[in-house]
Structure formats: C-alpha cells, structure tokens
Design a protein around this ligand. Structure first.
Ligand code: AMP
Length: 176
C-alpha cells in the first residue's frame, strides 16, 4: 500500500468548520483496518531506532495514532489537553490562533529529564498548537524531542516555526 493510497482515503470537507477551510477528515483514513495497519507499520519503522520513551499526543486527534505508536515503540503515552481537562497539577502554554487565544496543558509529573519524546498530532496547519506543545515540553526539559504529523498543509509553512535541529516529519503532504 502506498502513501498515495492513504492520502486518497482522507476525505476533504470544504468550508468546515468555517468558510474557507479545507478540512481534512481522518475518520475515513482510520476506518479501514488495512490503512490502520499500514500507518502503524510506517510509523513504527520511522521511530523504532530512536529510543522513544514517551509519545505525547495532542487533544484530540493526536489521541488516535499516539497510543498505538506508544504501544508499538514500547513507550508510555502522555496526553496534552485543552485547559480544565487534566485533573492534577499542570504546566500551561498559551498561544495565538487566527481568532483569539488558546492554551495547552500537561501534567507536571508526566515527563522526566531522561525521556526521549515523540510529539504527535494528526495535522500541521499554521503550527501554533504544536509549537505551544513543543515549548511546554522544552520548559519541562527532556533529553530529546521528535515531532510527527500524519498530514502537513505545506503552503501554511508551519514547519518553519521549529528549530532546525528538531526532526519534524509528516507522512502525507498537501501543497494547496
Ligand atoms: P495549527 O495549530 O494551525 O497547526 O492547527 C493544527 C490543529 O488544528 C490540529 O490539531 C488539527 O487537528 C486542526 N486542524 C487545523 N486545520 C485543519 C484542517 N484543515 N483539517 C483538519 N484539521 C485541522
């Protein structure tokens, strides 16, 4: 199975949730057992030799492949969530969105200095959500960070936000 086949399984919904957005619906990608197996195999191969100890998934679509990757890599899973969802003490990072602010939170005791972390989300658009998560994890201080997306909207140049030394990977790319 090719990346092109996986890409063709993603449904495009024009003007959702607001006018002008081409929403990439990953439910049509995940509902196929073959796709899910193939995605898992590709991601496992990509990160198997990196010594990943924790996969950090971003709410909410990062909670689908995130835990699958954690199991495949023999790592733990850590959720990054919107404010007010995590029950214990948290660190928070605020960020600007197209309209207004948002924030991401992580439990203070979720990561250790020796962790090698793979941060995962389904899609890279402007990069604001992932940058805030990356900053949050840098503040906690871990050994190394990798960043993974299933999908990248290349024309938004989100990857330029990240330092050169951080490996940012996306499987499926859209130019426009
Ligand atoms: P950003 O912070 O702009 O990179 O936006 C990334 C987050 O918003 C991810 O968690 C995505 O799930 C979601 N998102 C942004 N744009 C889209 C889109 N066109 N299709 C699907 N999800 C999107």
């Amino acid at each position: 199975m090719s990346i092109e086949h996986l890409k063709n399984s993603i449904r495009n919904i024009p003007n959702f949730p607001i006018q002008g957005i081409q929403f990439k619906d990953v439910t049509t990608l995940f509902k196929s057992a073959e796709n899910l197996n193939e995605l898992t195999a590709i991601l496992k191969k990509k990160y198997a030799d990196k010594g990943i100890t924790k996969v950090v998934g971003i709410e909410s679509r990062g909670f689908i492949m995130g835990p699958i990757m954690a199991v495949e890599l023999g790592a733990g899973f850590v959720p990054v969530r919107k404010p007010g969802k995590l029950p214990s003490e948290v660190f928070e990072e605020q960020y600007e969105k197209e309209y207004g602010h948002d924030a991401v939170q992580i439990h203070k005791d979720a990561l250790c200095p020796n962790d090698i972390v793979l941060i995962h989300d389904d899609l890279l658009a402007t990069g604001g959500t992932m940058l805030a998560t990356y900053e949050l994890i840098k503040k906690i201080g871990v050994k190394k960070v990798y960043i993974n997306f299933l999908i990248e909207l290349e024309d938004l140049n989100g990857r330029l936000l990240f330092p050169k030394e951080v490996e940012v990977e996306a499987l499926i790319k859209y130019e426009k």
